[in-house]
Design a protein around this ligand. Structure first.
Ligand code: FE2
Length: 168
């Protein structure tokens, strides 16, 4: 099993000086873990998903450096090469690494797969991006219909963005 705390520290060190990115992946990891636990993923799948959540955006700095853009396709292209040595440092086995790199390389390609771990990563990333990007209610409604698959992810989307807005 991958030591998620150790991997998180490595990812924080890699993203040093960029608090926004660190906060982003910590939140995506927390949502992934919660959804995976509630959806009953086996321990191994949950572990690889958590590692992918920590590393899903690790290609952004390279994408910005090489291509002047953090657009999805550049992140997907650059992420695996940055993630691989970090996974080696935590002793990830080849099969787990392969799955994690695939998840990183496809996390902006919504139609890539219907596998539950992949759908959970997409849902968790959306739950965080919707807040960070101030997404409109209609966009969240559309995501509920088209993007979300899990009961837990949908319940979170509902509670955070589709329930009547809190007013003190
Ligand atoms: Fe993300």
């Amino acid at each position: 099993m991958i030591d998620i705390a150790k991997l998180t520290e490595l990812a924080i060190a890699y993203d040093a000086g960029d608090a926004r990115r660190v906060q982003h992946f910590l939140k995506v990891h927390a949502f992934c873990r919660l959804i995976a636990q509630r959806e009953g993923l086996d321990a191994h799948t949950q572990n690889t998903l958590e590692a992918a959540a920590v590393l899903h955006d690790i290609g952004i700095h390279e994408a910005e450096r090489k291509h002047g853009s953090s657009a999805g396709p550049w992140q997907e292209a650059e992420g695996p090469a940055v993630a691989a040595p970090l996974l080696a440092q935590v002793g990830a086995d080849p099969a787990a690494s392969e799955r994690i790199l695939w998840l990183i390389a496809h996390h902006h390609t919504y139609a890539a797969s219907e596998d539950t771990d992949f759908r959970i990563l997409l849902e968790a990333d959306f739950l965080v991006n919707a807040y960070e990007d101030g997404l409109a209610r209609e966009a969240c409604q559309t995501a509920d219909e088209r993007l979300f698959r899990t009961r837990t992810g949908r319940a979170l989307l509902q509670a955070l963005y589709l329930a009547p807005p809190y007013q003190p």
